[in-house]
Design a protein around this ligand. Structure first.
Ligand code: SF4
Length: 330
């Protein structure tokens, strides 16, 4: 199946100069994966694993000191599969909302606090959808009903709505133009469990209705289990495992993935969860070889010197680990 998004050897670094000394933080360092049409691909990993930097690079939202320094992130809907990280700003503007939209953490970042919700809809989507002002407002009202919001919220200011309502407004904004691709970065993190479940169900039903693809980022493995079709695990700026979500949960192969799954709380299990020793590495000076080796319970001498290659170990299931794929070197 032709992917909608093809990421190859993507590298994005923060480059700063401090007191005359150059510093480079390799936040994303050689990531490869595809997102197919009509699927939800999840990205998991600790908060410093590079997930948000990765999706900002993919979405063309790079701001200094973050730079895309190598590789590509290509969308099938861009002319000649242009690399969005390097596409001119007018191309990025043209495709934003219409083909590619972004639901971020904290809806207040998207909604202008001084403008009524109606004006946010007009600002973002009217030029893409056209029609008279009345026709457009009617369309926005109908779309809000799909995310279970009363059309009267169009007249409200963001601060007059609850956190859950605001997040539904941003989902409605991100999907009103029926984009081919939606990036959702921790969209439910700030919400309580009941609202979170509701919002996840909404993302799934709108995605299925539109037939679009979603790249869904969260550190919460429980959310990935409930929502995503395929799942990629990131550690210290690299993808270490990916495959169908049920397969990853039933047969995790990378020691870090096993740790993430083992730390999920289970009903009736009162055993103390074992934490992972150590802290995520400093990406200004990442460990050589496998970046997980200082914390890995299975580490061998080769792990400290040689980067493991990402290999398709089982059909559709890739892993980067010397224990799982002996001799496979990047
Ligand atoms: Fe652990 Fe080595 Fe596998 Fe890395 S390559 S996850 S250090 S066993």
């Amino acid at each position: 199946q032709t992917p909608v998004l093809q990421v190859r050897d993507l590298q994005a670094h923060f480059r700063t100069r401090y007191f005359g000394v150059n510093r480079e933080v390799r936040a994303v360092d050689g990531v490869d994966f595809d997102v197919r049409r009509n699927e939800i691909y999840g990205l998991a990993g600790e908060s410093s694993s590079g997930k948000t930097t990765l999706v900002k690079t993919i979405a063309g939202l790079l701001k200094p000191p973050l730079e895309m320094v190598g590789g590509s992130a290509r969308f099938s809907f861009l002319p000649e599969w242009d690399a969005i990280g390097r596409a001119p700003p007018e191309v990025v503007r043209r495709i934003r909302w219409r083909h590619l939209s972004y639901i971020m953490q904290g809806s207040m970042n998207v909604l202008n606090p001084l403008r009524r919700i109606r004006h946010s809809f007009r600002d973002f989507a009217w030029r893409h959808l056209g029609g008279s002002k009345g026709e457009f407002d009617a369309r926005a009202a109908a779309h809000l009903e799909r995310v279970k919001l009363d059309p009267s919220v169009l007249a409200a200011y963001p601060h007059e709505l609850s956190g859950g309502m605001r997040q539904r407004v941003t989902i409605a904004l991100a999907t009103i133009c029926k984009p081919d691709f939606v990036i959702a970065d921790e969209p439910t993190t700030a919400l309580d469990v009941i609202v979170q479940k509701d919002v996840l169900g909404m993302i799934r039903s709108i995605q299925q209705e539109m037939g679009s693809s979603v790249l869904f980022i969260t550190h919460d493995m429980g959310v990935h289990a409930a929502l995503t079709d395929r799942l990629g695990i990131m550690y210290a700026g690299r993808l270490v495992e990916d495959g169908e979500t049920p397969e990853i949960f039933e047969r995790p192969l990378h020691p870090y993935t096993r740790h993430l799954i083992a730390s999920l709380p289970r009903i009736g299990d009162v055993k103390q969860r074992e934490g992972l020793e150590g802290t995520p590495p400093n990406l200004a000076a990442p460990p050589p070889g496998c970046r997980f080796h200082p914390r890995c319970p299975l580490a061998m001498p080769v792990c400290a010197t040689t980067v493991p290659a990402m290999v398709e170990t089982l059909p559709g299931h890739r892993v980067a680990c010397h224990v799982v794929n002996p001799g496979a070197v990047a």
